[in-house]
Write a protein that binds this ligand. Structure first.
Ligand SMILES: NC(=O)c1ccc[n+]([C@@H]2O[C@H](COP(=O)([O-])OP(=O)(O)OC[C@H]3O[C@@H](n4cnc5c(N)ncnc54)[C@H](O)[C@@H]3O)[C@@H](O)[C@H]2O)c1
Length: 368
């Protein structure tokens, strides 16, 4: 078969294509932010084989230059609006901190970004979550909760969808980091497991919180433990120092685990210390490895984005902002419950006041 008539997959659909038109199968992207996380994004874009990275942008000249040199990217910009208008990308990948999430997505939309990928956490306050959902009404805003594209999770999703664990009764998710830092990942996995298992959306939340950390000036509870009711099923999350450690793990940031318990089996997955699957009397286990799995997942996310933006349905992208917003609301419902609300019914109307009132968590005194 000649190269001109080789069968290719583009946008999820097999088709005959010429070598010349292969470039039409690639996703034209630009990247905003050249910090730590952007390095992993750019590496994965280039390794995915489906992305043409047209240009990179950063306000910081030294970071911009170092990143462009490292990945041999010819075009650099200091202004993201100018980059979007000149390069006309299909995807704008924004890898900046959450303190400037909405304030950077807005100008990208104004400059004409047709689709945007943002990092987690999507928002630090309920009003920011609402704003992002509004900005995503007529374009794809996807969220970089890439864990669900890890090879092991890609294998587990169909098992859960086919009821491989029987009736799911409890889902547990935990990390030693604060809720906004890591629950965007763990809740993304736990809620996807719940949906595939046919469970209803959470109907209530009962949470406790203690201590205070900050993103810039914005407070976040240092520790949250919460139970969500989904019919008869319970989702339990624990984020902060009171979370159970992952056996064998030595790095604080790697103490991330999700556990799905059903009537016929159990699936336990850790970030970096392996996974285990018990199903109908059989047992399997496998390795997980943060660096390797992260690169694989990040590349697979770009392939999925390319397929979606080249003919798929943007409303079906698994980490679109509406889904991430529902998870963000669950996190902030924990605040409302912990701040004296007791067991709160969901969905609960949330205002930014719930974040301002967290400041009280830092002022408690211990008594003997
Ligand atoms: N998904 C994951 O597994 C994962 C892992 C690590 C970090 N993150 C997330 O990635 C995000 C970024 O983290 P980071 O550590 O790379 O941040 P960082 O602060 O190291 O880098 C951000 C960069 O953005 C640049 N920037 C800020 N405003 C800009 C603007 N208007 N235009 C152009 N550039 C601008 C800054 O100069 C900086 O170089 C955070 O939300 C973080 O939580 C996600």
């Amino acid at each position: 078969m000649s190269k001109e008539t080789v069968k290719k997959t583009c946008g999820g659909r097999p088709r005959r294509t010429s070598v010349k038109s292969e470039s039409a199968c690639r996703l034209r992207a630009v990247s905003v932010g050249c910090g730590g996380r952007a390095q992993a994004h750019i590496k994965a874009m280039l390794e995915s084989g489906v992305v043409d990275l047209l240009a990179v942008c950063d306000l910081d000249e030294a970071r911009l230059k170092a990143t462009a040199e490292r990945f041999q990217i010819a075009k650099t910009y200091r202004d993201l609006g100018e980059m979007i208008q000149k390069e006309k990308p299909e995807l704008v990948d924004i890898v900046t901190p959450p303190t400037i999430r909405t304030s950077i997505v807005e100008p990208a939309v104004r400059a004409g970004a047709p689709a945007i990928l943002i990092e987690k956490p999507i928002a630090l306050k309920p009003s920011e979550t609402r704003k992002l959902v509004e900005l995503g009404r007529d374009r794809l805003i996807a969220v970089n909760t890439q864990y669900q594209w890890k090879p092991h999770w890609k294998r587990f999703w169909p098992i859960l969808e086919k009821g491989g664990l029987g009736e799911v009764r409890v889902i547990r998710a935990s990390t030693l980091a604060n809720i906004l830092e890591q629950a965007p990942h763990t809740l993304d996995l736990a809620m996807k497991a719940a949906r595939l298992s046919g469970l209803p959306e959470p109907q209530w939340c009962l949470a406790g919180a203690s201590g205070l950390e900050h993103f810039g000036q914005i407070p976040v509870p240092a520790d949250v433990t919460a139970t969500f009711g989904m019919g008869e099923v319970r989702l339990q999350i624990n984020h902060g120092p009171s979370a159970p450690p992952v056996p064998g793990e030595t790095v604080k940031w790697y103490h991330i685990q999700v556990d799905v318990l059903g009537s016929r089996g159990r699936l336990w997955v850790s970030l970096n210390q392996g996974w285990a699957l018990w199903r109908s009397g059989k047992f399997e286990s496998g390795k997980t490895e943060w660096g390797k799995n992260d690169g694989e997942a990040q590349s697979a996310l770009y392939v999925h984005l390319r397929d979606t933006l080249h003919g798929g349905n943007i409303r079906e992208f698994p980490t679109r902002v509406e889904i991430a917003a529902r998870n963000s609301d669950l996190m902030m419902a924990c605040y409302a419950s912990a701040l004296g609300g007791g067991r709160v019914q969901l969905p609960i109307p949330l205002s930014d006041d719930v974040v301002d009132r967290l400041k009280g968590l830092g002022s408690s005194t211990a008594s003997a």
